[in-house]
Structures are given as C-alpha cells and as structure tokens.
Design a binder for this molecule. Structure first.
Ligand code: MN
Length: 264
C-alpha cells in the first residue's frame, strides 16, 4: 500500500502566451520589438538632407546596369535590353563624399556618376505613372566599381558582388527633397577628375527612366522607405588612382567631391 497518493504527473506549467501582434508599418521589420543584442549595434547608415538638420536613414541600395546608350556601347552592349540590377550594402555609403581609400584587390577602380533616387514610400508592383509619388528626393552618387573584379564575374558567370559591393563604394551627396525640387527629368550630369571633364551627359539620356526602373524593380522586390536606386551612369567611366580628386554634379542637385587616398 502506498503511503502517499501516487505522484501525479506535475501539471504542465502553462505559460499564457499572448499572441504577438505585429503592428509593423512595413513588410520587412517589426518596429515594436525591443531587442537585446549580444553585440553592440551600429548606427543606421544615413544621408544628410539639403535644407534640414535631420538625416535620411538608408536601408538598401539598388543599382541599374548599362542605362545610358553611350555607356552601354562602351561596356559592349547593344540595344534596349531589359534593365538589370545589382545591389550594394547601405554600409558602403560615404555620406557627402570625402576621402575614399583605393580599395584592395583591384588595379582598375572606376568612377560612375549617377542620379540617385531616394524612396520615401515603399511599394510592390508600382506602376511607372505612380512611381514619382514614391520618391522622397534625389542626390548625386558615385557607383565606384572594381572593374577588373566585375569582369571576372561577367567572364565566369559569377556574382558582381566583389566588383560592386565593397567598403566605401557608394559616395552619395546630400538629398534634395522632391517637395522642394520636384522630379527632375532632365539636367546635366557630369564628372571632373582633377579639374577635367570625364563624364558629361544629361539624365534625359537614360534608357530606362527612373519611374520605369522603379516599376521594373518592384515586380521583383517590395521597395521600402529608405531604399536608394542608383540609376545608371553615362559614358566616360574610367580608372581613378590615389591622389585623384573626383567632383561629380547634377544640375539642381549640387556637387559631390571625393579624394582618392592610397590603399589602407
Ligand atoms: Mn553604375
């Protein structure tokens, strides 16, 4: 006979789990979660804004390839092919330009001056006639490129990451808000290297317009507020070397200055 009542299985500790309500404002993250991280976090990459002390937080950087006829020719392309994109990390940004070290593992470090469209309102499957409504502003950018490593990618059918997405590969100037300047459809885009013009075109020479690029991109991605789109470069790309000073500009958007330093 048992002295005690048989041990009953201890009752399961029931933890009342309240369903987490994801009140996220956007598709990609839940701003309501309070996280404790095991390493210290970093500052959100950001860009200054013309006429404001506030900054614009940057999420992702999409870049279109071969989007000006003369550049497409110099890169060996022909005709109006479908646009294609690659990406850079937001951590590649060099806000407002400044010193940029000549990067490692390349002997052919190229400049590409570009109009940067800044997404202020995200969207999926945005139609090109609505795309301007999603753009918060514009800036001058440089899609700095390790051309030799990009070429390896092309030759071997490998990603362009090493050629395009590396430290300091995305100098971008301050953002001019569309609420102030509107949505520029034309305007001279130029680059001087050590005072001499090396790129000199107009943003109306794009093969795919900015709205068309956004329409195309959002068939594949949900664009989010904070995303940047680098909209392609005209002809005249070429190799920078330590000691060079690059001065890029687009009418109405100011200038972006970069000094190339020796390798680290
Ligand atoms: Mn480019």
């Amino acid at each position: 006979m048992r002295k005690y009542a048989p041990l009953r299985r201890p009752p399961r500790i029931s933890v009342l789990v309240r369903p987490v309500i994801l009140r996220s404002k956007n598709f990609l993250e839940n701003n309501d979660m309070k996280m404790e991280y095991v390493i210290s976090t970093w500052n959100v990459p950001s860009l200054p804004i013309v006429g404001s002390d506030a900054r614009f937080p940057v999420r992702r950087i999409f870049c279109v390839g071969r989007n000006y006829v003369e550049h497409q020719k110099e890169m060996g392309g022909d005709g109006r092919e479908q646009p294609f994109f690659f990406a850079k990390s937001a951590h590649d940004l060099v806000p407002e330009g400044g010193p940029v070290h000549y990067p490692p593992m390349t002997t052919n470090f190229h400049w590409e001056t570009e109009l940067v469209a800044v997404i202020g309102t995200g969207g999926y499957k945005i139609s090109s006639n609505k795309a301007d409504d999603h753009i918060w502003g514009y800036a001058v950018g440089l899609d700095m490129t390790r051309r030799d490593l990009q070429q390896v990618g092309k030759d071997k059918g490998r990603p362009w990451t090493f050629g395009k997405d590396f430290d300091q590969s995305a100098p971008v100037g301050p953002i001019s808000p569309a609420s102030t300047i509107g949505h520029p459809k034309r305007g001279r885009l130029w680059l001087k290297v050590n005072g001499e013009f090396r790129q000199n075109s107009d943003i109306d020479q794009m093969i795919w317009s900015v709205p068309e690029q956004i329409a195309f991109l959002t068939q594949y991605y949900t664009l989010e507020a904070g995303d940047l789109v680098m909209t392609g470069t005209p002809a005249g790309v070429g190799p920078a070397k330590p000691g060079d000073e690059l001065l890029a500009g687009i009418d109405g958007l100011g200038e972006l200055r970069v000094q190339i330093l020796p390798p680290r």
